[in-house]
Design a protein around this ligand. Structure first.
Ligand code: P6P
Length: 326
């Protein structure tokens, strides 16, 4: 059982990170500083998101990202903010990002951490004011510090994550993360510029009555997925699909439920990315007592083959994911 970092609700992220570091003997503070750097960048991106409609920087940016998707201004801005904060922080050797085709080697000779990040997932939701999110995973590099980062450093299975988390820019902005000792959620208080511990030791209900899937693609789902969705309907479950992964995930973390992005005709391997979307949420889910599979195996057991690899994604309440996975 993960030992809880006992701090009262209301304490702030900084104090919590320090307390968490104490719980890790031999911790030298780099990981703590790295979490602070991510949290800081989240504050900057949060402010830009809240002003976007006014600053006229929403709408298509005119260039395309590696996914061939219309690049929204805020995608670009968020990617710059996070990579800049991480480069300045000095704790990160390399970054893989949804927004960059290749590994970003930060040439930090000393640093021992690797970040996989989706700086702003669901950016097509920005213009319609729907919640969006940042998703990140933290790994230790494998090749010796000081040498150029190798592909083996960035293509690590999710079970090797040192930490993982997300920032949800919603009706309130939340920073939710784990370092392998449970999941804790911090609500951002803009007037103080502080993240306040609001959700201690988060646990995902083992069962739920909400299923989250884009039924517009129902006809191209495989029979097992169709059968599971029919079972949800037979049981009178609610269908909730925000179309923004972090928002759908967060609701299920709090209330119980399952999110499914299965293989479809348009996306035979699913749409979501293993390295900077699924692995992080899989670690959070499991640390909170939930589960994440690709419909057959644990997401975190999958040995990655490429940076932008897609996988089918079943994540949420443990019993629901077990039932939906064959
Ligand atoms: P669809 C947003 O583009 C995203 O990456 C996730 O945030 C979201 O869950 C999913 O894709 C929505 O995809 O195909 O249902 O519109």
């Amino acid at each position: 059982e993960n030992s809880r970092i006992a701090l009262p609700v209301g304490s702030n992220l900084d104090r919590f990170i320090n307390k968490n570091q104490e719980a890790f003997k031999y911790a030298t503070g780099e990981l703590s500083q790295l979490i602070r750097d991510l949290a800081y960048a989240g504050k900057v991106v949060n402010r830009e998101i809240n002003r976007a409609g006014l600053a006229g920087i929403t709408g298509a940016y005119g260039s395309e990202n590696v996914q061939g998707e219309e690049q929204q201004n805020l995608d670009v801005a968020a990617n710059i903010r996070f990579t800049r904060a991480l480069k300045k922080g000095g704790e990160v050797a390399a970054i893989i990002s949804e927004e960059d085709e290749d590994i970003i080697d930060l040439n930090n000779p000393r640093s021992k951490y690797i970040i996989a990040i989706d700086p702003l997932d669901g950016s097509s939701n920005i213009d319609v004011n729907v919640s969006i999110g940042t998703i990140f995973s933290i790994y230790r590099r494998i090749s010796p510090a000081g040498s150029p980062v190798q592909e083996e450093d960035v293509l690590q299975a999710g079970k090797h994550q040192v930490a993982a988390g997300y920032i949800l820019y919603g009706s309130s902005t939340m920073f939710v993360y784990t370092t392998g000792k449970g999941v804790n959620g911090f609500t951002y208080e803009p007037s103080l510029g502080e993240y306040i511990l609001s959700h201690q030791n988060m646990k995902m209900p083992k069962d739920g009555k909400v299923y989250s899937v884009n039924e517009g693609s129902y006809r191209s789902f495989d029979d097992d997925v169709k059968a599971y969705i029919e079972t949800c309907k037979d049981r009178g479950y609610s269908a909730r699909y925000i179309g923004s992964l972090v928002a759908d995930f967060h609701r299920n973390l709090l209330k119980g439920g399952i999110y499914i992005y299965p293989s479809t005709e348009k996306a035979p391997n699913g749409k979501l990315r293993l390295m900077y979307e699924c692995n992080a949420l899989a670690m959070i889910a499991e640390q909170a007592g939930g589960l994440a599979t690709d419909g057959k195996q644990r997401i975190m057991d999958i040995e990655p083959e490429s940076l932008h690899q897609r996988v089918p994604f079943f994540v949420g309440s443990k019993h629901m994911v077990e039932e939906a996975s064959k």
